[in-house]
Design a protein around this ligand. Structure first.
Ligand SMILES: C[S@@+](CC[C@H](N)C(=O)[O-])C[C@H]1O[C@@H](n2cnc3c(N)ncnc32)[C@H](O)[C@@H]1O
Length: 231
């Protein structure tokens, strides 16, 4: 599934194998300003390098406190984990009886996620896909629960609009989306997303009906949850 690597990916990968810490610094620098995450393809390259050098500060964070109550409230059905990383949300949902499709655009994250799901004894379908082009990967509708822990808060406005278009197209009527994200204004890392920006992005086909602080990252920054319902 990994496909052909571009020249720049091959250079970074070979560099990371010889001098992992220098490669990590190389990877972290642009991420701290969040700039690369906002550029199409470079966001994917950036995350790819971060997984490759093992700089994944989000990995293994506590899961959003809203997740389990929401999954229980909705019962069982089809769930989509958007930007699943190494799969903790997907695995929890599969344990609760959901049929889960987990997508991420980094192969290495999906490999770890697949191993974790196998060790947990649950079935999750993992797919390498870009959330801004979901339908072009054959993802079709019917999801009643959609989760995004830390995916949408990075990219540019244009990519966010593409993300919303695609996610809206595969969500069932009445579906719920639990979006967990940093607020804007952090000195480093993803640019974050405010309640107003969530409303701007989703207003045409979703109702934002709850939001507030959820869990705190290892760096001590609180992430917000946004709960939306598909019209
Ligand atoms: C901050 S990590 C969070 C991972 C996971 N959700 C978690 O809570 O641990 C963001 C993840 O989203 C993925 N991602 C970012 N933009 C994406 C996109 N447009 N399509 C698919 N995956 C994306 C990254 O590869 C990364 O694994």
């Amino acid at each position: 599934m990994s496909g052909q690597k571009s020249t720049s990916e091959r250079i970074v990968i070979s560099f990371s194998q010889r001098r992992p810490w220098r490669a990590a610094r190389f990877a972290i620098g642009p991420f701290r300003s969040g700039t690369l995450l906002r550029m199409p393809n470079l966001g994917r390259l950036m995350y790819g390098v971060m997984y490759r050098v093992g700089f994944t500060p989000w990995d293994g964070h506590v899961l959003p406190s809203r997740l389990q109550p929401l999954a229980a409230e909705l019962g069982k059905g089809k769930a989509l984990d958007i930007g699943c990383g190494t799969g903790d949300t997907s695995i929890l949902l599969a344990k609760l009886g959901w049929e889960v499709l987990a997508i991420d655009f980094v192969e290495r994250a999906l490999e770890s996620a697949g191993k974790k799901a196998a060790a947990a004894g649950v079935t999750v379908r993992f797919l390498r896909a870009d959330a801004t082009k979901l339908r072009s990967y054959g993802v079709s509708g019917g999801f009643t629960l959609l989760c995004d822990n830390g995916c949408m808060h990075g990219p540019s406005d244009e990519q966010r609009d593409a993300y919303v278009r695609e996610v809206s197209a595969v969500a069932a009527s009445g579906a719920r989306l639990l979006l967990v994200a940093f607020l804007p204004g952090k000195r480093r890392g993803p640019r974050g997303i405010s309640r107003n920006e969530v409303e701007r992005c989703f207003s045409s086909s979703w109702e934002l009906f709850d939001s507030g602080p959820d869990f705190t990252s290892r760096a001590g920054e609180t992430l917000q949850f946004y709960e939306l319902r598909r019209r």
